[in-house]
Design a protein around this ligand. Structure first.
Ligand code: MG
Length: 206
């Protein structure tokens, strides 16, 4: 895989009375919450899918099927955490996340800072790596729905496979030279030489 990759996530949930509004890992003061098998956190679901998508690891539904009773009312931070683990397993870390929420209410701008801090905390990154934007659903006829789009840029943190294999070549060459040196010194009684020619020009990989 290349050094940087991008992922995209989208989700929507309908507003419903009688449940708390969970958004961005926070509980907001609002007359209605979002319906869902989990806590309905549309923002965390979109980010989770963006992260999974960045490393082609499937989507939130493939890890947490909606009908599974274990995830009923679940804190969506669990899903985000799983996506982070998949990201780390693939050898990548988050560069930045950008999101757009689309909902009629509540107003997001006054709480966007706190929400960014909360998500940065969940992702283990700095607040300036997380962006939250919000729009109202003008002309969509979706006044009772919350939607979210998210993109995630990730970058490789582990040594690329090509470099790993190259260092294995160097190591095996060193071992071979050691064996030859030992043979030469035992047969001819000559002192061991330690001249190691690099198999590539080291200037080329800086
Ligand atoms: Mg969802």
């Amino acid at each position: 895989m290349t050094d940087t990759r991008i992922g995209f996530g989208y989700d929507s949930h309908e507003f419903k009375s009688g449940v708390p509004l969970r958004l961005g890992g926070m509980t907001l003061d609002h007359p209605e919450g979002l319906a869902g098998h989990s806590d309905g956190d549309v923002l965390l679901h979109a980010i989770t899918d963006a992260l999974l998508g960045a490393v082609a690891a499937g989507d939130i539904g493939s890890f947490f099927p909606p009908g599974d009773p274990r995830w009923k009312g679940a804190d969506s931070a669990i899903f985000l955490n799983l996506a982070l683990e998949e990201l780390q397993h693939a050898g990548y870390c988050v560069v930045n996340i950008d999101t757009t929420l689309i909902l009629a209410a509540p107003k997001i701008v006054p709480i966007a800072g706190e929400m960014r801090a909360r998500i940065a905390d969940l992702l283990g990154v700095e607040i300036d790596q997380v962006s939250i934007k919000a729009k109202t659903p003008e002309g969509l006829g979706l006044e009772h729905v919350a939607q979210c789009h998210a993109v995630a840029l990730v970058e490789r943190v582990q040594e690329p496979e090509e470099l790993k294999s190259m260092s294995e070549v160097i190591e095996s060459q060193r071992q071979l030279e050691d064996v030859v040196d030992d043979l030469l010194s035992s047969v001819h009684g000559v002192p061991k030489k330690r001249i190691i020619e690099p198999v590539y020009d080291t200037e080329d990989i800086t």
